[in-house]
Write a protein that binds this ligand. Sequence first.
Ligand SMILES: [Zn+2]
Length: 170
Amino acid sequence: MSENNNKQKRKRVCPHCGRKLWMREFYPLKNGGRSSWCHECVLAYKREQYRKHRKVADGTFMHRTLGRLVEHKGYSTRIFWNGNMLSIMRRHYHNTLNRELAEMLGVSERSVTRKAREMGLEKDKGFVASLSREHLLLANARSKELGYPGGFTKGMKFRGNQYTGRIRVE
Ligand SMILES: [Zn+2]
């Protein structure tokens, strides 16, 4: 071992975990030296700091790729609905298109639908009726364009702007 007295081959004790490890277990630093804590300890520390700082007290955190506040529900990450968003839902859901709500709230139409169901919100019947007429005109124009005149008749059900079938008449 005498000629192997260079720093790379020597062992050192990590002051954090107390293990005696080869130098390669310590991160090389820009200044040419090596970190005092071993690889594993540094990683564990970083992970802990990440959890501490990323997550705020109420369990929500800023999602970098979604660019919005989200919360954890079990294993999945879900949109965090703040009070203002919920109040918009409560005040406008009954007479506003989901597409417009989705735009207002910066979430997907799917999320609006899901949240409304969860909150027990329903569309105003008059609003739905007026919307049906409007959608009917659009749908018929589109169907003529496609060469299927009369493809859509009064009383058809829609989801978003897609017709899904007839509304049951009772
Ligand atoms: Zn260590």
